[in-house]
Design a binder for this molecule. Structure first.
Ligand SMILES: C[S@@+](CC[C@H](N)C(=O)[O-])C[C@H]1O[C@@H](n2cnc3c(N)ncnc32)[C@H](O)[C@@H]1O
Length: 773
């Protein structure tokens, strides 16, 4: 099914109406009985000449066939390399040796256009892979690694848009329509890609979605990626609020908003490029599916244009083949901004990716199946109805204008070209300021730069500055963009930005409760501005914790967290005057959240690093949280970081909860310096043990970090079950069922759960660990 969301028109991809493009009730048909064809679809796309007449049957045939399985290796570069090598060295040979009913199987292969061989394709469709006994080992590897975040099962073409954004660690990135988040994950990886493990990039990613429940799906994605540089928000993209900068005194600068270096608009669409995955698209496809989507797609793109820095880049993408959702949106928005935006020629980027140029002409099909070349040819009935519905903006601009706009720089990807789904991608650059405030600021900056360069007398600069600003404004006035849609975007923004006072009151009550906490945060607490759609999903707002907060202070002191970890980035959700978990965000996220105050509706942010632990007599009431360990490790003193040999790592994973005496003397000795009932991190660094005889089953280069609980007499792995299964497989070469891994072969015939509560924190599923309480 296509995509959408609450505003996404009928059905679009990921929307509330998923599965019902037409919005009409359909009688249920079995998957196998669904017709993989549609007369109007055929007629419409033949007429659009998206491919030549000779090629069209091949395209249709491909769109009817089942998709291969595609996946992407994710996570930090070093970790991703290890997983890639595991696939190459373990699974490719194993699949080469495997046959199904006597037939050989083509092993998975890297997508040739995806950088570093991190994108993969396996010709066996997902359902067949799931059902195959012969491939069960590979299937369970994919499932486990997906769950722990080392692999993302993502359609190949869906991996394309983020690659063209060229995200750098310093960038401020906005993903306008982000859920469920596979592309957000790529953006985050790119942000972290050239940054040392444990270091934090300067930039950030805001992952936004209009649908609150779908925005919550982003939280899961986020937890797998362990980034302190992400904020998940819940706004309609076209009304994404302005975040104002402040002057040195903290006064809001109402004419200076935070803008982004990169914006992804992977907008809600009809999704008719996804027929290979969503077979029901065939029977529901109607020519006017695109009509309801075009306006919202245009508004999202326009809002993005305002939020983009001059010199910044954005990508507009859909999984639809329909020019009304694609070239029509891009062309009219470019035309609207009169040269401030341009299409970027990316023909030299990802050269192995096969693509076709954007269309310069197309037709609009009315409901009766008639194709129209121009708006004026649509008949109007006596009451004047008809044409209004088929807006002028669905049609191409004049052929000269389309050429001027370089519409051929848009990219169309068809399913038969490289065995994928269909996709549309346009890369845009903002080459000039758009709003009056931006123009004014640009002029002031230019003048300041001139001042610095030529050291012109101050008086002269001032008058130049004023002239430049006046001139610029005058130009703006003399050369006004046809501002209707732009003004809509701006106006709607200001509307969206105003806090709902009732909601603010509710949140204020929660903050008041937060403020009752002993030495509460002095920082202005962050308050979401509108109520959630579903009250059951309302969570307490995040509050930044002052480093002097007694609980935080005691945690930092106990674990000896070094000053290298920013003290201003700790935050929490307060409930009944106390908090259970402490999260950490990057400086960039903190600054942005403080600037945004109540304007930004934050669903989640940061990495959970500490969690309350009610083990009696524990020297610290908070333990380290598994997903926060990579973030904490560089800031932990040696005392809590135990370097181990392969033998100790093996014992730990073999037994899950070994007695301290089962470990090597050296390791045991080291653990004696850690108080009982305390978190500790066991680290295996392959580089330090290169010459050891015993090594992990899978060749590794990345450090392994195993969060553990040091009990009175034992050490237990303190990880989520999927992570533990993945680790056991990679280190020991054994496939372990996640349902039994908690009690996995304990040396003394006890399962982890039967050890005394104070001794063993209980392993739980779904990325969470509950302490024995
Ligand atoms: C195609 S999906 C996005 C897929 C996502 N980029 C990914 O790669 O996982 C479109 C998303 O847009 C959201 N959406 C619909 N209308 C929106 C709007 N007006 N503003 C922002 N998001 C919207 C939907 O909830 C849906 O999650």
């Amino acid at each position: 099914m296509g995509r959408g969301g609450k505003r996404g028109g009928r059905g679009g991809r990921g929307g509330k109406n998923s599965g019902h493009v037409s919005g009409e009730r359909q009688s249920y048909k079995r998957f196998e009985d669904l017709r993989r064809d549609n007369d109007n679809f055929r007629k419409y796309y033949m007429a659009q000449k998206i491919v030549s007449d000779e090629e069209f049957p091949e395209l249709m045939e491909s769109m009817r066939s089942v998709l291969p399985t595609n996946f992407r290796i994710t996570g930090s570069r070093q970790q991703a390399i290890d997983i890639r090598e595991q696939i190459i060295n373990e699974f490719v040979p194993y699949i080469k040796e495997t046959s199904i009913e006597g037939a050989e199987i083509e092993p998975p292969h890297p997508l040739e256009w995806y950088p570093n061989n991190f994108g993969w394709q396996f010709m066996i469709p997902r359902v067949a892979l799931k059902k195959s006994k012969e491939l069960s080992k590979f299937h369970s590897f994919l499932v486990t690694e997906t769950e722990v975040g080392n692999i993302s099962r993502q359609e190949a073409v869906s991996m394309v848009p983020p690659l063209f954004l060229d995200v750098q660690p310093s960038h401020y990135v906005l993903d306008m329509c982000a859920a469920p988040g596979s592309k957000t994950a790529q953006l985050i990886e790119a942000l972290h890609s050239d940054v040392e493990v444990g270091k934090t990039p300067e930039g950030l990613v805001i992952a936004n979605d209009a649908d609150y429940k779908r925005a919550c799906m982003l939280v899961h994605q986020m937890n797998r990626l362990n980034s302190p540089n992400i904020i998940v928000t819940n706004h309609s993209g076209e009304r994404f609020p302005n975040i104002y900068r402040q002057d040195a005194q903290g006064k809001r600068l109402s004419r200076d908003i935070v803008q982004f270096d990169r914006i992804l608009c992977d907008v809600p669409c009809s999704g008719d490029g996804t027929t290979r995955k969503n077979v029901r698209v065939w029977e529901k496809w109607r020519p006017d599916d695109a009509y309801g989507l075009n306006p919202i797609q245009s508004k999202i793109l326009q809002r993005a244009a305002y939020l983009l820095k001059t010199g910044g880049r954005m990508v507009y993408s859909t999984c639809s083949l329909n020019p009304i959702e694609n070239e029509a949106v891009v062309a009219h928005v470019l035309d609207h901004f009169e040269g401030a935006l341009r299409l970027v020629d990316v023909s030299d980027q990802l050269p192995a990716l096969k693509r076709r140029p954007g269309l310069a002409t197309w037709k609009v099909m009315t409901r009766d199946g008639t194709l129209h070349d121009e708006y004026e040819s649509i008949p109007v009935d006596e009451a004047g109805n008809g044409r209004r519905k088929y807006m002028e903006k669905f049609f191409p601009l004049s052929s000269e204008r389309m050429q001027e706009l370089n519409i051929d720089r848009c990219m169309r990807i068809y399913s038969h070209m490289q065995n994928t789904g269909g996709f549309f991608v346009a890369v845009l650059e903002k080459v000039a300021p758009i709003s009056v405030d931006e123009k004014r600021k640009a002029a002031a900056e230019e003048a300041a730069a001139e001042e610095a360069t030529f050291a012109v007398p101050v008086e002269a600069i001032k008058s130049d500055d004023v002239t430049a600003m006046d001139t610029d404004c005058a130009e703006g006035a003399a050369n006004p963009a046809p501002k209707r849609l732009a003004d809509e975007a701006e106006a709607s923004d200001s509307g969206a930005a105003e806090a709902d006072s009732d909601a603010a009151d509710t949140k204020r009550a929660k903050i008041d409760s937060a403020e009752k906490v002993g030495d509460r945060a002095e920082r202005q607490p962050y308050l979401p501005d509108n109520p959630r759609e579903d009250p059951a999903l309302v969570e307490n707002p995040f509050v930044f914790l002052e480093p002097s907060h007694s609980d935080l202070k005691s945690i930092l002191e106990y674990y000896g967290i070094k000053d290298s970890m920013s003290r201003n980035g700790f935050l929490s959700r307060i409930e009944n005057g106390a908090f259970r978990s402490v999260y950490h965000v990057s400086d960039s996220v903190r600054e942005l959240m403080e600037l945004a105050g109540q304007r930004l509706r934050v669903v989640n942010t940061g990495i959970r690093v500490f969690s309350r632990n009610s083990v009696k007599d524990a020297p610290c009431s908070f333990r380290l949280v598994c997903e926060g360990v990579p973030q904490l490790l560089p800031h932990l003193p040696d005392r809590y970081v135990i370097d181990v040999s392969f033998r100790d790592l093996k014992t730990l994973l073999d037994e899950v909860n070994p007695l301290l005496t089962a470990l090597s003397d050296e390791c045991h000795e080291r653990l004696k310096s850690v108080p009982a009932s305390s978190s500790v991190v066991v680290v295996y660094d392959p580089a330090k043990h290169e010459n050891d005889e015993e090594k992990p089953f899978t060749r590794m280069t990345a450090q392994l970090m195993v969060p553990c609980w040091r009990g009175q007499v034992s050490l237990s792995v303190h990880m989520d079950k999927n992570q533990l299964c993945s680790l056991i497989h990679r280190v020991l070469g054994r496939s372990v069922d996640r349902n039994t891994v908690g009690g996995y072969k304990l040396d003394n015939n006890k399962t982890a759960a039967t050890r005394s509560a104070a001794e063993t924190p209980v392993l739980a599923g779904n990325g969470d660990i509950s302490d024995a309480e």
